[in-house]
Design a protein around this ligand. Sequence first.
Ligand code: PNS
Length: 356
Amino acid sequence: MRIIAGTARGMRLAPVPPGVRPTSDRVRESLFNALGQFFDGGAVLDLYAGTGSLGIEALSRGIERATFVEKNGRAVATIRENLRRTGFEERAEVVREDAGRALERLREHGRTYNLIFMDPPYRIATTEVEGVLSRLDAILAPGGRVVVERGDAPEEVLLSEKGVTRRYGGTVVTVFDRSDLMMNVAVCPGSFDPITVGHLDVIRRASGVFDHVVVAVGANRVKNPRLSPGDRVRLVEKVTGDLGNVSVEVMDGLLVEFARERGARVIVKGLRAVSDFNSEFEQAQLNQTLEPEVETMFIMAAAKHSFLSSSAVREIANYGGDVSEFIPREILDSVVEAYSGTQPDLERRIKTESKG
Ligand code: PNS
């Protein structure tokens, strides 16, 4: 690997350490062509920096300062070696840290960047990448750009296809500007023990208002739910499968932390009747005290769902009553089996149950 253009042009970089997948020279060249070749000062942030080749290429092409963030110790040593070889040590800092945590610190220190590279390992989940991405607007200078490199897989769509995406062989590169990153992510939390048509109505309406909705299925060790978190996630996934901007995850910790990690500024909850108000008000105030930057917003349940609750469904199903009005059709049989008699093999059941 070599630096392609600028003051360090032609310089050979150190061997790539094991486990690191660097951007190939060819992709790097096309990428910088698309970015406009050369720069006049400014700062670059190289997240998941690997060998540091992207940030170093930017330094070589006129960017003044660089921050490299990488948590793999051998990769950090390689970045330092590459900075030494190219003579850019004085203009760079190398931070050995997790990308999310480094971001928090850079934000606290009021740092801003004109160019941010993000080349995460392909195995990192899209939701995690989006979580980091949606927090970058705070450190992106006006007119700045974020460049994300991803594997070439169909499910790799980021931020609802905002930004400009180019394909270079097996690599997909998307360039975002600041307005692309101002994504409104909401978290819809609950025990979903089980998910009802009332919950689904709230999730569906939230998905129409926000760019992305993460349904947080509380592990809720205190409440001792009937089904495992994994089984409840599978049920929610099955009924939200038609909503392209909804993802479902287990939440095993504080809601505000979960929201912060996913770059969500809003917690959305359904409110059925005045009886819900006290406890929701209390939770919203607690969460506001814990994390003032996350707002709680409520969606009023449809009148026909105002009496509906998971606990009522559990009780009716337990006595063999008819819950078909309350549970989405696609999961009705699974729910009846799970909440009536013995503990079922739900994973197998969800997979084999026919749709509709
Ligand atoms: O459907 P539920 O049972 O009303 O959902 C409750 C849930 C999951 C929203 C709540 O238990 C929760 O927020 N759990 C995460 C732990 C937490 O953050 N607690 C402090 C805020 S009250």
